[in-house]
Design a protein around this ligand. Structure first.
Ligand code: ZN
Length: 152
């Protein structure tokens, strides 16, 4: 039977921890298993409480900025669209698209898995990432809903 500390380190979520402790019942008593689960629950709640405390402190710190923005006439309820800013370079993003094949070659290099930068990058960053993925080409910008041959 692994120690409590080793089980905690190995099993991040409560469910995983509980399952691991459950398997050890027999080697350890049911009471001991229940106590270990309770202890882990308390530790997780403590960690959550600390995260909430940090969030509260951040909210307190941002209050003067929020009040300044309101004084300047900003609407605090209007949240900017998350894709308005590139998650790679933090500069303004535009509405744009790439074919699924190209997007997947650049953003999902192994075909599966999560996309870097939450999948929100500006065209320039996309081109930089494409180059890093081995696609070093000359790029053309065109309006998506216009005919291919039509230059406007
Ligand atoms: Zn960018």
């Amino acid at each position: 039977m692994a120690s409590y500390g080793a089980l905690v380190a190995k099993h991040g979520t409560y469910e995983e921890f509980e399952a691991a402790v459950g398997k050890a019942v027999g080697e350890i008593s049911l009471d001991k298993a229940r106590l270990a689960c309770l202890k882990y629950k308390v530790e997780l709640m403590e960690a959550l409480r600390n995260e909430l405390k940090v969030m509260d402190e951040m909210m307190d710190k941002s209050q003067p900025l929020l009040e300044t923005l309101i004084a300047l006439g900003a609407d605090p309820t209007s949240v900017p669209h998350p894709e308005r800013v590139c998650h790679r370079c933090r500069k303004p993003n535009v509405t744009w698209s790439a074919s699924s094949v190209l997007w997947n070659r650049v953003m999902r290099k192994n075909g599966e898995g999560s996309e870097p930068f939450a999948g929100i990058v500006c065209p320039t960053c996309f081109i930089v990432l494409a180059k890093e993925a081995g696609i070093d080409e000359v790029w053309r910008v065109q309006i998506a809903n216009h005919d291919q041959g039509e230059e406007k």
